[in-house]
Design a protein around this ligand. Structure first.
Ligand SMILES: [Fe+2]
Length: 342
């Protein structure tokens, strides 16, 4: 999947926090992550067979301090380091102690043009014990798709134009799509996940959210109930026009959000053509309480226009995760044949 000298997935992140105890209950109790104790000032979470995916560092700050991007193997890491250096990017070798801390075989450290700390690694350690979710849920869709995606707030168009060439030409991301209304946004992929990285123009530079995708539609809905109970819903349940995921957003104890979703489509990176997406971010739902009132209204109008135009897409399911209903409904067959559905 990965092109030599490019990253292949979002491997891990390090979140900063003032409140480790809040993460200790939010991570397992709402998200379903498996808590791994590390020290008095940090914790880590598993979400699959790897020893850790999310690290939380109680350094008194907020946001994400490290974005860990994965490469296929040592050769891909070397090729990428050489490419970065020959393009004038300062690359530091990760020491053994850092590799141990990150639970990876080897890594390099660099900064993106905004100063975000990037670690590129290979050889994530696999745990001997199976993943045990923090609440009753079926698990996370990760593997070659990575832990999910990350979306960055960026200040203005110039910032986007600084970041795009770095991620595209140096780290090997490819543009999936983009739009300009109700805010400017660019979506980039490195594997069949529609986007592993996106940038949205909001007037500030900070991480906006990370996305985690669960196996079962009900894992997502049950998480929504918990988020509502705990007053942590940031964006109501809705469905994206990008990856067709059904999701909601929840506030983390680190000042950014987690998008918690089910049913994202896979794209074919070899044949995908980037395009301007005119439908806005969501087909329905996703009421964004964090947007200024005017933009919130514009986003609602876009969704209602989408609805009026009949924007609908089939659900995206994995083998074994659906039950095909027996019997035939002539009205449905007629609708499907007229291609009025997706
Ligand atoms: Fe997202």
């Amino acid at each position: 999947m990965s092109v030599s000298g490019s990253v292949s997935a979002l491997g891990y992140v390090v979140a900063r926090t003032k409140d480790l105890s809040d993460w200790g209950s939010f991570g397992p109790g709402l998200l379903g992550l498996q808590r791994i104790d590390r020290s008095r000032t940090s914790l880590a979470f598993r979400m699959d067979d790897r020893k850790q995916r999310i690290i939380v560092d109680a350094d008194g700050g907020e946001g994400i301090s490290v974005f860990g991007w994965e490469t296929a193997d040592a050769a891909a890491l070397e090729a990428l380091a050489a490419k970065l250096e020959s393009n004038g990017v300062k690359v530091t070798r990760g020491l053994c102690a850092l590799a141990d801390e990150r639970r990876v075989r080897d890594l390099i450290v660099l900064s993106d043009p905004l100063g975000n700390r990037i670690e590129v690694f290979h050889g994530a350690e696999i745990a001997s014990e199976p993943f045990a979710p923090g609440r009753s849920m079926s698990g996370f869709r990760t593997g070659p798709l990575g832990l999910g995606h990350v979306v960055l707030n960026v200040e203005n168009s110039e910032t986007i134009q600084q970041l795009l060439p770095f991620y595209r030409d140096l780290l090997g991301f490819r543009l999936t799509d983009y739009y300009s209304h109700p805010f400017e946004a660019f979506f980039l992929h490195v594997n069949p996940r529609h986007h592993s990285l996106a940038m949205i123009r909001t007037g500030k530079n900070a991480v906006h959210h990370i996305m985690m995708e669960v196996f079962s539609f009900d894992d997502m809905g049950q998480g929504y109930d918990i988020a509502q109970r705990d007053g942590r819903v940031a964006t109501t349940m809705g469905r994206h026009t990008s990856d067709f995921i059904t999701s909601f957003y929840t506030f983390t104890p680190s000042g950014f959000m987690v998008e918690y979703g089910w049913g994202a489509r896979s794209i074919d990176p070899n044949s995908w053509q980037a395009y301007e997406r005119k439908e806005g971010p969501s087909m329905w739902g996703h009421d964004r309480a964090w947007l200024p009132a005017e933009q919130q209204e514009a986003a609602r109008k876009l969704r209602l226009d989408n609805a009026a135009k009949g924007l609908r897409r089939p659900v995206q399911v994995m083998d074994g995760n659906y039950h095909r209903m027996a019997g035939v409904c002539p009205w449905w067959d007629e609708l499907r044949d007229r291609r009025q559905f997706g």
